[in-house]
Design a binder for this molecule. Sequence first.
Ligand code: ANZ
Ligand code: ZN
Length: 839
Amino acid sequence: EEGYDHAAVERRWQAAWDDADAYRTPDEVTDPTYVLGMYPYPSGLLHMGHVRNYTITDAYARFRRMRGDDVLHPMGWDAFGLPAENAAKERDTNPRDWTFDCIETMKGQMESMGFGYDWDREVTTCTPEYYRWNQWLFREFHDRELVEREAAEVNWCPTCETVLADEQVEGGDSSEGPGAHGNCWRCGTTVERRELEQWFLRITEYADELNGYIDDLDGWPDSVRQMQRNWIGRQEGSRVSFEIGEAQGASNGRGERSEPREYGPVEAFTTRLDTIFGATFFALAPDHPVSEAVAAEDDEVRRFVEEEADPEGDEPNGVRTDLTATNPATGEEVPVFVADFVLSDVGTGALMGVPGHDDRDHAFASKMGVDIVPVVAPEPGGDSDGGDGEAPSEPDVSESAFTDDGVLVNSGEYSGLSSAEAREELTADIDSAEFHTQYRLRDWGISRQRYWGTPIPVVHCDDCGPVLVPEDDLPVELPEFINTTGNPLDAAEEWKHVDCPECGGDAVRETDTMDTFVDSSWYFLRYVSPDLEAAPFDVDRANDWMPVDQYVGGIEHAVMHLLYSRFVTKVVADMDMLEHREPFENLLAQGMVQLEGEKMSKSKGNVVSPQRIVEEYGADTARLFMMQAAQPERAFDWSEEGVRSTYRFLTRLKRLVGEFDPEAAEGEFGPIASYVESETDATVSAATADYDDLTFNTSLRETQELVGTLRGYRDHVEAVHADTFRRGLVTAVKLLSPVAPHVAEELYDELGREGGDSFVLDADWPEPEGDVSGADERRRLVENTREDVRQIVDVASIEDPERIDVVVAPEWKHRALEIALESDAPNLISELMQEDDIR
Ligand code: ANZ
Ligand code: ZN
């Protein structure tokens, strides 16, 4: 069977929308709904992941619009980044031209998909009109003491020759938190550590709020919320200092004896101060200042620090120093180790070792021959051998640690307290202890040694040090691209040398550019007033539209992009530029498009080209197939057979509408028409609820069933009732229109528009006309006559014999069975045979 002329239909309506400026955002906003898909990196061509992402937002935006909301549904380009620079080098062009070529292509593809964007609001981050506001924000952050310059160990990719944020290092388990070692997210090369002067945004200042608000983000998937919590890694505990000194009479590694050295108090962070009576050793990270001081004098320690320490190793390794630490609870001196399982960027870089109650400490102490003392016992009565009032019995910790909370033992006057009570009391009683909340989150290093990004608006002067570029001199524009190894900005001599804004002397521009996650941390605000020249965004409009009602994008952005956006939103709110403190009210992380169970990817060579699908079957088929294949959050397999069957559905629907002749439809409004009306109502109410939940797949199934019912109606009665049939068709078309907008426009046109609508997208969303609360009930109450039964059976059984029980009143079931037997309908027969009232 031949398909409909999808190319003609799609061309016609895209042109009509264009002419009418149909997707312009309304100026007057009463019921704002902001629907946003994560903007793409302009890499060359749209892939199926994009198509899925943007079909979801487009369908939802259209649905909200038909429901009467004012909708903002913009699109833009995450246009800075390393691949453009690499591509430019390969092709002997420059990143700007390459990027704009990609944008043009992808924009054309988006238009061919029928995505209804307001292109007047297009935002392209590599334009000075956009990135000047990154620079402006950098200044504002600086004024608020949220910018810091620090020499820091950074992740360095030797292949890309650039620093990577912790989040851009993959392979290390991200649940381990920042700083996990691994591979470059771009090229897979093993990441090295290097020390460089870096600019940081102090996201840690907002750690507490970023963590606390997660509880309120109930429009977000739990998985994403949990990933954010893990990343922030809030821990409540105590800081406690141990006095560190050289043991009396210890040798200092040079074989001489000298005065015992004092190192003073050293702080450790612990979540288990209740176990302090069992702290039988103290351990320092290899690059803790005390470790470094000791290493300078002690060969063995130096060898460990410089050569042997392996923080990624499975086993904890360490070396014993000549130092001792005084346990402030017991007054006892315990040995001090330098150990590689103590991480320098966690807590204070030092810990009290409690082998009886911590697994790693246990493994380390066993290896080093350190005492293992139980100081917490399981709560008596909790276990089978326990009873009320029984004394807690010490756990056996010789083989492994007892890591639960419990009741203190061997802890002096604190014995008998619960772990929680003991933590309170010990923190209060020990002079050198205080409560402390710690985060795994680190400040956000934004410096990149790359050309294609926002220049950091700083000038380095020999006399004044780093000086911010004054606001009036913004933007600091990128110079022309120079094809060179290393950072092209270092080679841009003319651009680089400037006068110091403070003293007028010779100075040099900062040649690092910003992480592109800076661009994406506020782009959703730029869309509200994309052309504004006086500010990054119009505060009133932002307050109208924000927060984004529905944000849709890939799960790979669960941590970095979403966390940075939340951070920047909070800072902007603190600048009194926004009423809201969270940017995204509802978040949908769309599932992957797969082929034979594997993610589509160039490297696997299993990519299906959206362009080919659009050419062969049309954008509507591509969109409809994707949305009906699975719930948006789920992964699903691309299937050419599925695509073809969707195409057949649209082709037949188009024919069904085409063949409907209202003049010739002279059927009565009888029980069958009434049944069809109730099916229409029931479909509207179910499909609407599903659109509200973004479960397009079920709403589309309902709609397809309605189309089946309508076809059955037409095929099995002499003449349909014109109004009923037309209403059914119009309803089906409207319900399909968010997902298959071109066909829907065409059919809405053929059916004769309602009111003064120019487009189906301006039409009112359908409403049930009858009482749908009892829809099922009403279906049963259809007044069945003998002949009606036959016809209802025919109409209903086309699509779904299982529904026979709601379609046919009980007293007519026998008659229905007779009919089924006569017409040799095996599915229907078996369905009816199972009915109680027949058996
Ligand atoms: C004593 C103690 C006793 C601890 C005990 C735990 C259990 P988790 O384990 O994730 O809750 N710690 C502190 N600083 C560290 C560092 N720089 N590198 C590695 N580990 C460090 O994290 C909190 C615990 O991590 C802290 O509490 C400390 O060990 C360890 F029965 O202190 B605990
Ligand atoms: Zn100066």
